[in-house]
Design a protein around this ligand. Structure first.
Ligand SMILES: [Zn+2]
Length: 192
């Protein structure tokens, strides 16, 4: 039986044509609450959007909130989005920052998709705000940032508990991905 779903896109223009795309996947899986993956990313993106929306018109670069569906189905939602926009629109995207499973461990890592300058910028910016970010540069096809990166757009995924087998992130994609696993404190960032 055919099924239909949508990506949810909110465009907040700045002074110029360029955009930062801040994304999180909105779909989960049927096993549990999908609390870490990706309730945490969704909550963080919505908090940033609410904070920045009243100010974006004064920024040079606008903000586009992208809540992608079908991430858990081979990144299909973001693939449809990236392949469906014009070359001009794609060229105007300065950065995709993708938040997927951003709590459950105190340690945050950026997966920087072979963009070394982006990696330096993100790690330095986080440090300015008192957050220590790990970095992993190889292109990882493990969330929606991948589709931006393969199209040449600087793209990174922020993830908690990367390469940390004892963290709560080990419960991802299992029935134990429940809200009690989310609470943790990172330096300068609290999600609950
Ligand atoms: Zn995910």
């Amino acid at each position: 039986m055919p099924r239909h779903t949508d990506n949810l896109i909110l465009d907040l223009p700045g002074k110029g044509p360029e955009r930062v795309v801040l994304s999180a996947h909105i779909d989960g899986h049927h096993l549990a609450e999908s609390a870490m993956d990706n309730g945490t990313g969704l909550a963080a993106v919505l908090a940033v959007a609410a904070e920045l929306a009243p100010q974006i018109a004064d920024f040079e670069c606008g903000l586009r909130i992208a809540l992608f569906s079908l991430e858990e189905w081979a990144l299909a939602g973001s693939a449809a989005y990236v392949d469906g926009i014009t070359e001009e629109e794609r060229a105007a995207i300065r950065l995709n920052l993708n938040l997927d499973s951003v709590a459950g461990s105190a340690n945050l890592t950026v997966l920087t998709s072979e963009f070394p300058e982006l990696e330096t910028w993100l790690v330095e910016r986080a440090a300015m705000h008192g957050v220590s970010l790990g970095a992993h540069r190889p292109l990882m096809a493990n969330s929606d940032h991948y589709n931006f990166a393969r199209a040449g757009v600087p793209a990174a995924r922020l993830v908690a508990g990367f390469d940390e087998p004892e963290s709560n992130l080990r419960y991802l994609l299992t029935p134990a991905d429940t809200r009690d696993k989310v609470a943790c404190h990172t330096s300068g960032l609290r999600l609950r």
